[in-house]
Design a protein around this ligand. Structure first.
Ligand SMILES: [Zn+2]
Length: 273
């Protein structure tokens, strides 16, 4: 799983028990956050948003709980009064009448006002989340046209959280192949129709891999490949991890290149330079 869908899945789990519910008790591990415990009591959770690896739990009183999980942070949800069995250090506990959400081990936690969110060092740097339901292909096209992005290679843009948050390495290969675009291409060199197609594939494949827990092939393709006896690791992707195997469209052997120090898989025929 790329980091985007993974954090979005965690956010959905938390949203399920918190959104629309009143916080009856809030507890923070870090001393500097204890003053917010009282401010969150009695307020309602309105949404759980993600921006790359960051999560924003939104409250009706205007405050948001920002958490960045880095490597070790982990959210748990339980039915009250159950507490997860773990040796990890508890950093946040939010309790509703019926459920609890706990965050363990994360070190990067803040409670933000809307103004503080705007000038936040991480949030002000990251682009829109690739899984944001409100994001439209036209919005992605607009980002590519920005002076700081338009002349950069797409391969590197797709791994840059400043361009778009929540993307992952396998999605980069899968999206570029689906759009027929080579990783060294620059947005400024693409035709409007090509760039719109790329934007559409970007959102389509990100949403599909989220829904399917990491399968970018379509349902029909999966069915057909399973019928041929292929295993999950073989049927889930179109190009990623398929070096020297034939392209599903044109039979040309897939090549593995390096872009931003990580492997990107391309079909030299479907994705001309
Ligand atoms: Zn091909």
């Amino acid at each position: 799983m790329p980091e985007g869908p993974e954090i979005r899945l965690a956010a959905d789990r938390i949203a399920k028990v918190l959104v629309g519910q009143k916080i009856v008790d809030a507890c923070f591990g870090p001393d500097e956050l204890k003053r917010f415990e009282k401010k969150l009591r009695g307020t309602t959770v309105t949404a759980v948003d993600t921006r790359g690896k960051a999560m924003l739990t939104r409250f009706a009183n205007g405050l948001s709980l920002y958490s960045h999980n880095q490597l070790y942070g982990r959210w748990y949800t339980t039915r009250r009064p159950k507490v997860p069995r773990t040796n990890r250090q508890q950093r946040v506990a939010l309790h509703t009448e019926t459920h609890s959400a706990f965050l363990y081990s994360a070190s990067d936690i803040e409670v933000l006002t809307p103004a503080a969110e705007k000038r936040h060092s991480f949030l002000s740097r990251v682009g829109p989340d690739i899984l944001d339901q409100g994001l439209k292909p036209e919005d992605v096209v607009e980002r590519w046209q920005a002076p700081r992005f338009r002349n950069r290679a797409l391969g590197s843009l797709y791994l840059d959280q400043a361009f778009m948050a929540g993307n992952g390495n396998y999605l980069r290969s899968e999206i570029l192949w689906a759009a027929g675009v080579h990783p060294v291409s620059r947005p400024s060199a693409l035709e409007p129709a090509e760039i719109l197609k790329l934007a559409r594939q970007t959102l389509k494949l990100a949403r599909r891999s989220y829904r399917t827990r990491g399968v970018t092939a379509s349902e029909a393709e999966v069915r057909e490949r399973k019928a041929r006896g292929m295993m999950y690791s073989q049927y889930r992707f179109q190009v990623y991890g398929r070096e020297s195997l034939p392209c599903y469209v044109c039979d040309t052997p897939i090549e593995r290149l390096t872009s931003s120090s990580r492997g990107v898989f391309v079909c030299p025929d479907c994705q001309p330079c």
